[in-house]
Write a protein that binds this ligand. Structure first.
Ligand SMILES: Cc1ncc(COP(=O)(O)O)c(C=O)c1O
Length: 452
C-alpha cells in the first residue's frame, strides 16, 4: 500500500531535545526518538519574551474567551504563547473546541476525608470525552502541516477515539490499533463512528505499540501516540487552565492517573514552565496513581529509586491504564522528583469505591480516573496529605466511556469476588428495580428507598 506523506525532518520544526542525552535536533517525525541514543524527545519551550509581556498574558488569555475565532475558542490554542511555533497548513489549526473544561469543588468529599478542599478538574468533559483531545489538537494540526494523509496510534481506547475525531475533522485518514476485547465498547464505537480503519489485534496494548513501531518503518503513517512531543505540548496546557481557574493559585497536591505516563509528564512540564515564567508562584506536589495490577512505575519508584523500569503484564478493570511498559516513565520520574510527588497503587476494590463516590457527587468519571480519589484517600490516611491541605484530582475520562463497568458494579459483578471483601461497597450499589407497571409498585419502592 502506498500512503504518501512527508516523513522527512521538517526544516520549519521547533527544536526538540532528548530527555536522556540532551541532544538538540530537528523534528525527526516517524517514531519520535533521539537520533543519537533512541530515547524520548521533548520540545524546547519558545524563548520567553520580557517579564512585562509574560505578565500581560493572563489578561490576553482571558480576553480570548470573548472572541469567536476558532483558535480563541479552543482551550488549548487560547494559550498559544506556550505552544511550539510552526507554520500551519492553509486550513489552519484542527480543533473541536477542546479544553475549557470544568473545575468542580467537592466539599462533601473534602469533609469526609478531613482535608481543606477537594477539587476535580474534569478532562472527561472534552469533545471526545477524555483529556486526549488537548494533545490531539496539536498533534493532528502538526500532521496536517506536514502534509500527512494518515495518522495512526496504538490505544487503550481514548487515544483512538480522539485521534479518529480530529483526523476526520481535518479530512485525514486514521489507523487505530487496539487490543481485542480489552477496551471499553464506548471507545471502540467512537473510532468507528469517526471513520477510522480500526484493527483489533490479538495482543495487549504493549503488543499494539510494538506492531505500530514496526509499521512506521514500512508505511508512511504519522504517529500520534504520546511519544509524539506535540501531544505532550497540548496536554501541558491543562496546567495553565487549572491555574487560570484557581486565580493563579496552586493547590497543595494534584493526583493524576498513570498509564503510559504522558499525561502526568505533560502536567508537570506545564507547571514547571509556568513557574519558570513567573506565572505559578507555587508548584504543587504531583502524585501519580496506578492500578495495582498495572503499576510498573510504582515498582520503579519504590524498588529502583526511579532509575529502572521493569515491564510486566498488566491487568486491571480500569482498562484505560492497563499498560505494563509505559513509554514516558523517565519523564514521569522527573515530574515526581521535581514536584516532590508520591507514586502509589490502588486495588480494584478501592477503584470501584472511589468511582462510586465520585459518581455520587453527580459528576462521575471513568474507572481509570477514579484511581486519583482512591489514591488521595490513602495519602490522607497515611498523613502524607495533611488536614489543612487542598487536593486536586485530575479526572481523565467521562463516566459514559465505560458504562459496562457501571452496570457491572451496580449488579454486584464488579469488582469480582477475587478482589476480596465487598463490605466497603455496601450502600454504594443501587441496581435498577424490575417492577410491575403499577403506581402501587413504584410507590412501595419509593417508600422502602426512603427508609434509613
Ligand atoms: C481515561 C484515562 N485515564 C488515564 C490515562 C493514562 O494516561 P497516560 O497514559 O498518559 O498515563 C488514560 C490513557 O489512555 C486514559 O484513557
Amino acid at each position: 500500500m502506498k500512503l504518501p506523506v512527508s516523513t522527512a525532518p521538517a526544516p520549519d520544526a521547533a527544536s526538540m531535545q532528548c530527555i536522556a542525552c540532551g541532544r538538540v535536533q530537528a523534528d525527526p517525525g516517524g517514531w519520535y526518538q533521539c537520533a543519537a541514543c533512541g530515547d524520548l524527545l521533548e520540545l524546547i519551550p519558545p524563548q520567553a519574551p520580557s517579564a512585562a509581556t509574560v505578565q500581560s498574558w493572563p489578561a490576553l488569555w482571558r480576553s480570548r474567551r470573548d472572541s469567536r475565532l476558532a483558535e480563541d475558542l479552543s482551550g488549548v490554542w487560547r494559550f498559544r504563547e506556550l505552544l511550539p511555533h510552526f507554520p500551519l497548513a492553509p486550513r489552519g489549526i484542527v480543533t473541536l473546541r477542546e479544553g475549557n473544561t470544568p473545575l468542580y469543588d467537592l466539599p462533601r468529599l473534602a469533609r469526609a476525608a478531613g482535608v481543606a478542599a477537594v477539587w476535580a478538574k474534569h478532562q472527561g468533559m472534552n469533545p471526545t470525552g477524555s483529556f486526549k483531545d488537548l494533545g490531539m489538537t496539536v498533534a493532528v494540526t502538526r500532521a496536517q502541516a506536514l502534509g500527512a494523509q494518515w495518522v495512526a496510534c496504538a490505544s487503550t481506547g481514548n487515544t483512538s477515539a480522539s485521534m479518529a475525531a480530529y483526523a476526520a475533522q481535518a479530512g485525514l485518514r486514521s489507523l487505530v490499533l487496539i487490543p481485542a476485547g480489552k477496551i471499553a465498547w464506548g471507545k471502540l464505537a467512537q473510532s468507528l463512528d469517526y471513520g477510522a480503519l480500526t484493527c483489533q489485534l490479538d495482543t495487549d496494548f504493549d503488543g499494539c505499540v510494538r506492531i505500530l513501531r514496526e509499521l512506521v518503518r514500512r508505511a508512511p503513517v504519522y504517529v500520534v501516540n504520546s511519544i509524539n512531543p506535540y501531544r505532550v505540548e497540548g496536554q501541558k496546557i491543562m496546567a495553565a487552565e487549572i491555574l487560570e481557574q484557581m486565580a493563579w493559585q496552586s493547590p497543595d497536591h494534584i493526583l493524576i492517573p498513570g498509564g503510559n505516563l504522558a499525561n502526568s509528564s505533560a502536567l508537570g512540564k506545564g507547571w514547571l514552565e509556568l513557574a519558570a515564567l513567573g506565572l505559578a508562584a507555587k508548584i504543587p506536589r504531583i502524585s501519580i496513581v496506578q492500578a495495582e495490577g498495572a503499576s510498573p512505575l510504582v515498582d520503579c519508584w519504590r524498588d529502583w529509586k526511579g532509575e529502572k523500569l521493569q515491564p510486566r503484564p498488566a491487568r486491571t478493570l480500569a482498562t484505560a491504564i492497563q499498560i505494563g511498559n509505559p513509554a514516558s516513565w523517565k519523564k514521569a520520574v522527573r515530574v515526581l522528583r521535581s514536584t516532590g510527588g508520591e507514586c502509589l497503587a490502588v486495588n480494584e476494590m478501592e477503584i470501584a469505591q472511589a468511582k462510586a463516590e465520585i459518581g455520587r457527587q453527580g459528576i462521575g468519571c471513568e474507572p481509570a480516573s477514579a484511581v486519583t480519589w482512591a489514591g488521595a484517600k490513602k495519602l490522607i490516611h497515611s498523613g502524607w496529605i495533611q488536614p489543612g491541605q487542598s487536593v486536586m484530582l485530575i479526572l481523565t475520562g467521562h463516566t459514559l466511556k465505560d458504562a459496562e463497568y457501571i452496570l457491572g458494579f451496580h449488579r454486584g459483578e464488579i469488582p469480582g469476588p477475587e478482589s476480596g471483601s465487598q463490605a466497603a461497597l455496601a450502600g454504594l450499589r443501587h441496581p435498577p428495580r424490575q417492577l410491575p407497571a403499577t403506581v402501587e409498585a413504584v410507590a412501595a419502592a419509593l417508600e422502602t428507598a426512603g427508609r434509613p
